[in-house]
Design a protein around this ligand. Structure first.
Ligand SMILES: [Mg+2]
Length: 385
């Protein structure tokens, strides 16, 4: 294989607009701008990654991701991408936080190592097989009637698990859950996500009543920083509690399991800072007897594919919230990668190297900046015209 070096990194903006705004307890998404990273090695192999900024959940915007990449990319240029652990540690040493930017580079490095070695990422991560995995689909906040109709349509499309966004007002949320259960019948699993929208008391009031509707678990009933509150609700809730916004980093995961604050932890590549850190969070949770879900933000099918590879490899992931990249306007990967069919996420080709992207719609990308590893070892940057 000889010497392998990352010789070029280019960053791009990718903007899309959802036909219906996606509404959760603490805000909504209509227009989204992702930052897409493309790494090239000295043999011409290409690795792709995506950052999905979110001001309210991740504390990031497209511009903060670009600023972070400006600091992080020089630590990757000229390096052998196979030194994955070293490079991910190094990113943390040069810049605190900025998980979405780190996730994009971690992803692109994994894809590149896949190209270099000829292995799919799920196998690089130690997975044993790549069967289709079931995923839920999320119904955003709306009137109870509209939410029930959307849930029914999803069941008709083949989804066996529906995730319901709540956390607005407990009484209205209870009505949402009741109507959706009535609409979908008893053979569909329902899980709910309050996105920090309730107080401790509201959470317990709602969860005690929602237990009648066979709810699998509730995500993040109270504020992200209120770990004690999460534990308090968990002790009083008949429905298992999952931490989502309370766990971004590996250290957060340790804190939450030590506080016995959650039955489950939701891992997202954008919170964790990529696949490497996601594996570490799963390891901590597994040691504590806390199973994981893999979820995502409003993302394209590029980073969705990375999450599917993680789901295939990581044994502690027992729930999948991978309704990501299913809308046509988010399908940056034109051929290859993962796709959703009848409530399952599948790889187009389970043995193709890296994430298995065969064609990216590069015409959708707006170039921002290209960084090149110089002949003499110096690092250069050039702003795109
Ligand atoms: Mg959530």
């Amino acid at each position: 294989m000889g010497q392998v070096r990352v010789v070029e990194a280019s960053v791009h903006r990718f903007r899309f607009e959802l036909d219906k705004p996606f509404r959760i307890a603490i805000g909504f998404t209509k227009v989204k701008e992702e930052i897409v990273v493309r790494l090239v090695d000295n043999a011409g192999n290409i690795g792709w990654g995506e950052a999905s900024p979110s001001p309210i959940i991740l504390g990031s915007t497209p511009d903060t991701v670009l600023a972070a990449l400006d600091v992080l990319i020089p630590t990757i240029l000229g390096e052998d991408p196979r030194r994955l652990h070293y490079l991910v540690d190094r990113m943390d040493r040069v810049l605190l936080d900025h998980a979405p930017a780190k996730a994009a580079l971690d992803m692109a490095l994994h894809d590149l190592v896949g190209q270099v070695t000829g292995e799919p990422v799920w196998r690089l991560l130690g997975g044993s097989r790549a069967e289709p995995v079931d995923t839920d689909f999320t119904v955003g906040i709306d009137t109870p009637e509209i939410m029930a109709a959307e849930a029914e349509a999803l069941v008709a499309a083949g989804f066996r698990t529906i995730k319901v966004k709540v956390g607005e007002a407990p009484r209205l949320d209870l009505d949402r859950v009741r109507r959706i259960r009535d609409a979908v019948g008893d053979n569909v699993a329902l899980r709910i996500d309050a996105n920090q929208g309730w107080t401790r008391a509201e959470a317990v009031w709602a969860l005690v009543r929602m237990a009648d509707y066979a709810i699998q678990f509730v995500e993040q009933p109270v504020a992200a920083e209120d770990i004690e509150g999460l534990a308090w609700v968990r002790q009083r809730s008949p429905i298992p509690v999952m931490a989502d916004e309370a766990v971004h980093s590996v250290a957060d995961a340790l804190r939450v399991v030590q506080a016995e604050a959650a039955d489950y932890v939701n891992i997202k590549l954008m919170k964790a800072g990529g696949l490497r850190r996601a594996v570490e969070i799963a390891t901590i949770c597994a040691a504590a007897g806390v199973p994981n879900m893999i979820g995502g933000m409003v993302e394209s099918n590029l980073s969705a594919t990375a999450a599917v590879h993680f789901a295939l490899a990581e044994g502690n992931v027992v729930f999948r919230d991978l309704d990501i990249g299913e809308r046509p306007e988010t399908q940056l990967v034109a051929e290859g990668g993962s796709y959703i069919e009848a409530g399952q996420q599948l790889l187009a080709d389970r043995d193709s190297p890296g994430f298995g992207f065969r064609r990216i719609r590069e015409e959708w990308l707006v170039p921002v900046k290209t960084y090149r590893f110089g002949e003499g070892g110096e690092r250069e940057g050039s702003i795109a015209a």
